[in-house]
Design a protein around this ligand. Structure first.
Ligand code: AQP
Length: 349
C-alpha cells in the first residue's frame, strides 16, 4: 500500500526507440514524481498497434522501452512498471468509453489528423479511438495526475471530458451505490502535468517540428540508445542559423533551431534558458554545440549503457513487467467491477 494520496499514471508507446524528447518531456518528470506520488508507468503496447508494427519488432521495443524507464531512474520496486496488454481492464474500459465519447469530440483531435495524414480512409479505427483508450488507461486507476509532454494536452482534456460525462450520465447509479467521492463523481478529473525541463523538444533538422520516433531522418532525433559518437555527429549536424547566440531569452524569438538547442542544454543541465544564455550569449554555434555534445554525452551515455546491460537479460525484464501487471491489476480490477455494475452489466462471478 502506498502512503501517497495522489496517483500518477503515464505511458509511452513501444513504436521505436525512445528519444531525447521522450526523456526531457516526460521521463525525467516521472523519475522525480516517485518521491511525491504513487506512480504507475505503462508501456502502452495496445496504443502502438494503432499503426502497423512488425510483431517481432514490437516485442523487442516493449522490452527496450521498459529498459529505458529503468535506466532513466524509474524504480520498479517503488513504481509499477508493466505493459498495457497484460491488464485486461484497459481494453474493457476503453470499450465503455467508446460508448461515452462523442464522434464530434474525436473529430477535433489534431494528433489523429497528423498521423492519418491525407489517407484518412485508410487509417485504423484504433488510431481514431486512441484517445478513448488513453482515457481508459488513466481512469482505470483513478489516477489524479498525468505527466506528459505538451503534445498530449488535447488528449488529456478529452480524458477529463469523458470522466465528466461518465460521472453525469451515471450520476444516479453512482450516488445509489455510494461510489462518488465528494462532488467529483466516480472518476476524478485528472490533471495534466506539463512541466518537464523541456516540455516540447523539437527536431534537430527543423525547429518547427517536434522530435518524434516516426521522423524518417534519424538525424532529427537523439535516441536514448545512441553512443557518444552518434550523439556528437547529430548535434554537430543540427540545423542552426548564422547569428551568434543572444544573451537573453527574448533574443531567441523567431529562431526556432537556436531556441531548441538552448532548451535542450537547459533541460539536460537543469538550468533555465536565461542562465544558459548568460553563459553562452555572444558565442557562435560551433562553441555552443561542442559544450552541448559534452553535456549530452555525460547525461545520456550512462543511460544507453544501463539499457544495454538490462537488455542482455530479457527474462529479467519480462519478470518485472509480469510483477508490475499483477500490481496494476490489483488496483484496476475492483474499479472495473464497479464500472460494470454502474453501467448495468450482470456479473455472476
Ligand atoms: N518532442 C517531444 N518533446 C517533449 N515530449 C515529448 N513526448 C514525445 N515527443 C516529445 C512525450 O513523450 C511521451 C511518450 O510519447 P509516446 O511515445 O507515447 O508518443 P508520441 O508522443 O507519439 O511520441 P513520438 O516520438 O512523437 O512518437 P511517434 O513518432 O510514433 O508519434 C508523452 O508524454 C509525450 O508527450
Amino acid at each position: 500500500m502506498s502512503g501517497f494520496h495522489q496517483r500518477v499514471f503515464s505511458g509511452m508507446q513501444p513504436t521505436s526507440t525512445l528519444h531525447l524528447g521522450n526523456y526531457l518531456g516526460a521521463l525525467t518528470n516521472w523519475v522525480a514524481m516517485q518521491d511525491t506520488h504513487e506512480c504507475i508507468y505503462c508501456v502502452v503496447d495496445m496504443h502502438a498497434i494503432t499503426m502497423w508494427q512488425d510483431p517481432a519488432d514490437l516485442k523487442r521495443a516493449i522490452r527496450e522501452v521498459t529498459a529505458a524507464y529503468i535506466a532513466a531512474g524509474v524504480d520498479p520496486k517503488r513504481s509499477i512498471i508493466f505493459n498495457q496488454s497484460q491488464v485486461h481492464g484497459h481494453a474493457e474500459l476503453a470499450w465503455v468509453f467508446n460508448c461515452v465519447a462523442r464522434l464530434g469530440w474525436l473529430n477535433r483531435m489534431t494528433q489523429f489528423k497528423e498521423k492519418a495524414g491525407k489517407d484518412r480512409e485508410n487509417a485504423s479505427v484504433g488510431l481514431y479511438a486512441y484517445p478513448n483508450l488513453m482515457a481508459a488507461d488513466i481512469l482505470l486507476y483513478k489516477a489524479t495526475h498525468v505527466p506528459v509532454g505538451e503534445d498530449q494536452k488535447q488528449h488529456l482534456e478529452l480524458t477529463r471530458d469523458i470522466a465528466q460525462k461518465f460521472n453525469n450520465d451515471f450520476g444516479a447509479q453512482i450516488a445509489e451505490r455510494g461510489l462518488g467521492t465528494g462532488e467529483l463523481g466516480f472518476f476524478p478529473l485528472p490533471e495534466p502535468m506539463i512541466q518537464g525541463p523541456a516540455p516540447r523538444v523539437m527536431s534537430l533538422r527543423d525547429g518547427t517540428k517536434k522530435m518524434s520516433k516516426s521522423d524518417a531522418s534519424d538525424y532529427s532525433r537523439i535516441n536514448l540508445t545512441d553512443d557518444a559518437e552518434a550523439i556528437a555527429q547529430k548535434i554537430r549536424k543540427a540545423k542552426t542559423d548564422p547569428e551568434a547566440l543572444p544573451s537573453e531569452e527574448k533574443g531567441l524569438e523567431g529562431r526556432p533551431e537556436a531556441e531548441n538547442l538552448v532548451g535542450i542544454y537547459a533541460g539536460l543541465s537543469g538550468a533555465s534558458k536565461d542562465a544558459v544564455l548568460k553563459q553562452f550569449g555572444g558565442s557562435q554555434f560551433s562553441g555552443f554545440k561542442a559544450a552541448l555534445v559534452d553535456l549530452a554525452v555525460e547525461k545520456l551515455a550512462p543511460i544507453a549503457g544501463e539499457m544495454r546491460r538490462l537488455l542482455a537479460d530479457p527474462k529479467h525484464i519480462d519478470d518485472i513487467l509480469g510483477a508490475g501487471a499483477d500490481r496494476a491489476d490489483a488496483i484496476a480490477a475492483p474499479i472495473m467491477r464497479e464500472v460494470k455494475d454502474i453501467v448495468g452489466f450482470v456479473r455472476s462471478r
